[in-house]
Design a protein around this ligand. Sequence first.
Ligand code: ACO
Length: 390
Amino acid sequence: MATFSSGGGEKNEATERHAHVVGWGMAVPESALTNEELSTFVETSDEWIFARTGIRQRYIADEGESTATLAYKAAQQALEIADILPTDLDLIVVATSTPENIFPSTASLVQDWLNAHDAGAFDLSAACSGFVYALNMAADSIRAGSIQSALVIGAETMSRILDWQDRSTCILFGDGAGAVVLQASEVPGGVLSSVLRSDGAGSDLLGIPSVGSIDADDSRASSNGAKLYKMYMAGSEVFRFATRVISESIEQTCTAAGIQVNDIDLVIPHQANLRILQAAARKLGLDADKFMSNVERYGNTSAASIPIALCEAIEQKRVQDKDHIALVGFGGGLAWAAMLIRWGVPEPSEQQGSMFNRQRRHVQYRIAKWRSRSRRWRRRVNRKVREIRV
Ligand code: ACO
């Protein structure tokens, strides 16, 4: 088992750099698919799905929507709330299991569309824990002093890797994206501690075989019987794993931050199944209403579920200044991750005029489109000129 953790939230706060969440945004596709609609083409029922999972509906991307378009929309909202320009970003990370391409990264597409021309960009693969992993990487880079601000996105189009004949998985998942802007600040708080864990011995319980698979030349199935590019899951074993690691990792991240589990004001868990969250709350001795849940409306959106739930918790005023917020993700890998944040958005600096910046951001998005097109066009012209010369 590989382990990694970082923490020590309260030490030398006055002299340390802190990584604060200063912006947030989310996007889901236009079309919702209800349990009733699902049961017209899969042998299942609204009663079964709701009783076993707490899910009533999920959003499904249509032809014009993709992981990158959803990520882009969520990112624009997050930049709006942070009131910073895309050109101020140093890093863009997209956590996803359903990237646009193996490469280029979805993050690079978002970087281009935003005109974030000074930002590095990459995708991170840690399934449903991906957003917490990505947030930890960005926060550590900020605290180490190597970057000032980062855009961290969880984005998925799970509908495209589901086997719609397999009722044990296709009922669970949905599409969407959530994003946060993290920024360096001297104000104590922000990300206090993180715990990242992995147990690859459980790789046969949950996964999506892809191009690098040992069976990649067999278009029908991989060595454990799973179809290429389609999700497989051993549901009940994943269920048991999830309830165990949620409580364990939250306790560990509290210890690393120097607080008690009872000091947590709100847990924002990966939204896989309401029963998993209720069991984890019981294990931790926390009231179930301290666990944010919106799985009923979105299903499991994998790496997007935590930032989407965070956005809704903020909108519902369940997140207040100085609150201790625990994030926890778990899933394919097996991998899991927990993080403790002391909420406290630093006041924006006086020079930032929201209206003015909004217009500047919109100009930058338009410039981004033209910049991309003109670069491609220039490359094509140069290629033609070279061909003519030869
Ligand atoms: N509708 C109706 N019946 C169904 C359905 C369905 N959609 N799916 C399964 N059943 C049936 C089964 O065939 C079985 O019937 P049987 O007893 O006659 O054989 C019965 O219901 C019970 O099946 P179980 O699989 O034991 O049901 P369970 O209570 O375990 O619920 C579920 C299944 C919802 C998938 C649950 O195991 C679960 O939520 N697991 C965790 C999923 C998860 O958390 N994933 C997280 C990470 S995802 C990621 O990282 C990408």
